[in-house]
Write a protein that binds this ligand. Structure first.
Ligand SMILES: Cc1cc2nc3c(=O)[nH]c(=O)nc-3n(C[C@H](O)[C@H](O)[C@H](O)COP(=O)(O)O)c2cc1C
Length: 193
């Protein structure tokens, strides 16, 4: 059974909603998802070691991953010393209040974390939405990302209002895509062994 871990931080619940959508996307496949808030990561290092894929998620705070996510990334240096996540599949997602909000910087940081661990980064794999006269906010990938899944949540509203359904479906797409890639990778490794 392919295992996909989703390790994320969320200060106020919006990115947690995006993380749940990623999990729902993984669950559309035969893979087993496990959702890990960074605050609980210390209880889950074995789950992360056992995962075939790890999807990293953080809100964008000050044009960057949140401090809490960075603390988790720094703790993962123990795994890095042993290259314990080498050749796992990786991907990432972020949410912030501005449409742009410098979210790309966060996805770059997540992909660099994966690269430091020797992981294989999976892109979003969706054409940009909402970029033509017939486009709308209901389009998949309405924020036009390619490195990972982006979502936007209004600064003055709680997670019951955002991210909006198209951003959640974009997140689910990422989860499903990663689970499928991980399953292919696991099967190829078995065949080669
Ligand atoms: C400390 C802090 C810094 C923030 N910096 C940004 C930013 O750089 N860009 C942006 O678009 N939103 C920024 N925001 C807004 C959050 O990204 C937004 O409220 C997001 O939905 C929070 O997600 P969460 O509920 O999962 O914590 C910031 C919020 C906080 C608390």
């Amino acid at each position: 059974m392919t295992k996909v871990a989703i390790v994320f931080h969320s200060g106020y619940g919006h990115t947690a909603k995006q993380a749940e959508a990623v999990r729902n996307g993984v669950a559309r496949t035969k893979a087993t998802p496990i959702l890990i808030p960074v605050e609980e990561a210390d209880n889950h290092w074995d789950d992360l070691k056992a995962a075939d894929a790890i999807i990293f998620g953080s809100p964008t705070y000050m044009g960057s991953v949140s401090g809490e996510f960075k603390a988790f990334a720094d703790k993962s240096s123990k795994v890095w010393f042993e290259q314990g996540w080498k050749d796992k599949i990786a991907a990432g997602f972020t949410n912030s209040s501005s449409l742009n909000g410098d979210k790309h910087s966060t996805l770059q940081q997540l992909s660099l974390l994966a690269a430091q661990h020797g992981m294989h980064w999976v892109s979003l794999g969706l054409m940009p939405g909402n970029n033509s006269s017939t486009g709308s906010n209901e389009d998949l990938n309405r924020l036009g990302a390619s490195l990972g899944a982006m979502a936007q949540s209004n600064a003055d509203q709680g997670p019951e209002h955002g991210p909006i359904p198209s951003d959640l479906e974009t997140a689910a797409h990422l989860g499903e895509r990663v689970a499928k890639v991980a399953a292919q990778f696991v099967a190829a490794k078995k065949q080669a062994a």
